[in-house]
Ligand binder design. Structure first.
Ligand SMILES: [Zn+2]
Length: 515
């Protein structure tokens, strides 16, 4: 009942809200054509980071495109593929940093493409090409949203563009680059890539990411495998590994490493409300079928989503030792390797977790190698930040519906390099052109042209809303109508949960680099 009354009140308030006024989407058709032309031209430039194909030319093309828009742009050395950095100084007090990547995944298998992957083709209102969704369409749409505001003389926001060329190979140089350029990248907010449109046509706003610690654990004894008749005499590293791995988890599924949960930030009311709203349209049967499993560890959508978004995990990725081939072989393996990932939630520190893991294992006799292969911090921005308020407001106006607010991705993305190394407090994944049918990373990657235009409008409206807001923090009541409305539980038909929502690499349920 309470919920019902709240909804009625929201409906009345929204009808009066100045934020729900019809959008001014009067971008001229000539400008739209030019935006689409540039999008297609960008797609004609191969930029495969895995092989290096076309990377240098594409980076130069992008720098020139920025300069044509009046943005001071240059290529910056990272030790790998260059970053394209652009800066537009509007003489404003506020600054936004826009992150995208210009590299793409390899195109194989080539014979499954309807059109050559670097000959973009528009058919039935869709653009087909490698990179159409991940991430060139979003990049160009954001540029054109910025350009429109600037050309109308309404831009009161400094804009910095950081276009990376190594996202699809795990961003190996991004942290060092950001650390070395922290001052230059400073901003009041940041737009990451990785979100898009869900199956109901709602724009997604993903407020953070889980962090990760990826470790390799190696144990060895002796120099060679032995006949198993020696089992009474020697240690078997496979057994030792199994016992050590078993000690990492309690029977109730909790991680048993001392101190593992000490710094976990308990989900606040906003996070709980976002999860309630998502749970209200999540069907566990659909979730099971999308995961291809018979059983889940949870019986209610709320519990499942709470765990998915707010619980840290210890996952065993693989264990290798000894003989696993056909028939039998009586052998004592001399080596065992286990790979383990820990997905971390806000406030956990991957380096501290690594130390805690090492102490846990060593206290149980582990004398092998423990290799820290990929530490990344978690990140989460408050839905009450000016950045999110502006995104929610502008999404309402452009899409005519409430956006989908997700407290954080269940996967990992290098958002922390901006929040921690460049000190940008508010960073979110929002404004993207991809949809669940965009086939990112696959043959026939595509984007609806209408979604490309909407992302231009969303960027334009977002920048206008963001520049008009105080820097931070927002008074609690500011934008509370739209926010309350977004956070309320929905009772509409369940959406297919956990499908790759944006058709991009970094969608909430994707498992991005490094693991
Ligand atoms: Zn990708």
């Amino acid at each position: 009942m309470v919920r019902f009354r709240l909804r009625q009140r929201n409906a009345r308030e929204n009808s009066r809200s100045p934020f729900i006024r019809p959008p001014n989407l009067a971008m001229s058709s000539g400008s739209r054509e030019k935006a689409l032309d540039d999008y297609l031209e960008f797609l004609r430039h191969p930029s495969v980071s895995a092989t290096g194909e076309g990377i240098a030319e594409t980076a130069e093309y992008l720098r020139d495109l920025l300069e044509d828009m009046g943005v001071a742009a240059r290529l910056e050395n990272t030790g790998g593929h260059p970053v394209v950095f652009g800066e537009y100084d509007a003489g404003a007090k506020k600054t936004i940093l826009v992150y995208n990547h210009y590299d793409v995944q390899p195109v194989d298998p080539l014979n499954e493409w309807k059109y050559p992957p670097f000959s973009p083709t528009v058919e039935d209102g869709h653009v087909y090409a490698r990179g159409a969704s991940d991430n060139k369409g979003t990049l160009v749409a954001r540029l054109y949203g910025f350009k429109r505001l600037q050309e109308e003389g309404k831009l009161a926001l400094n804009v910095k563009f950081l276009f990376e060329g190594e996202e699809e190979i795990g961003s190996p140089h991004l942290a060092d680059y950001v650390r070395a350029n922290a001052k230059k990248l400073a901003a009041d907010g940041m737009l990451m890539e990785g979100s898009g449109i869900d199956s109901k046509g709602r724009p997604e706003i993903v407020l953070g990411v889980k962090g990760i610690l990826y470790v390799e654990m190696r144990l060895s004894a002796g120099t060679r495998d032995l006949h198993s008749s020696s089992a009474p005499l020697v240690e078997n590293p496979a057994w030792t590994t199994v016992k050590l791995l078993n000690s990492l988890m309690s029977p109730d599924g909790r991680v048993a490493i001392s101190g593992f949960y000490d710094e976990v930030e308990a989900p606040d009311d906003d996070v709980k409300k976002m999860i309630e709203a998502l749970a209200s349209e999540t069907d566990l049967e659909e979730l099971k079928s999308s995961l291809g499993v018979q059983e889940l560890r949870f019986s209610s959508p709320r519990e499942a989503l709470m765990a998915l978004y707010t619980e840290p995990t210890c996952n065993l990725d693989g264990v290798h030792s000894g003989y696993g081939g056909p028939g039998s072989k009586t052998v004592i393996p001399h080596e065992a390797v286990a790979k383990i990932d820990f997905r971390l939630v806000p406030n956990q520190d991957p380096y501290k977790i690594f130390d805690a893991l090492k102490a846990h294992l060593e206290n149980r006799g582990f004398r092998g190698q423990l290799i820290n292969m990929g530490p990344e911090y978690p990140a989460r921005t408050s839905p009450r930040s000016p950045l999110v308020a502006a995104l929610v407001d502008s999404a309402n106006r452009v899409y005519g519906k409430q956006p989908l607010l997700v407290p954080n991705s269940a996967g990992t993305q290098p958002m922390w390099v901006f929040t921690k190394l460049a000190g940008i407090k508010d960073a979110v994944s929002a404004i993207g052109v991809g949809s669940p049918s965009s086939r990112a990373h696959s043959p026939n990657e595509n984007v609806r042209v209408s979604d490309f235009y909407k992302a231009i409008d969303h960027t334009y409206e977002f920048m206008k809303a963001f520049q008009a807001l105080p820097r931070a923090p927002l008074p609690r009541r500011t934008f509370s109508r739209n926010l309350r409305s977004v956070l309320r539980p929905r009772s509409s038909t369940p959406r297919a949960p956990l499908q790759p929502p944006a058709g991009t690499a970094s969608a909430p349920t994707a498992t991005p680099a490094p693991c």
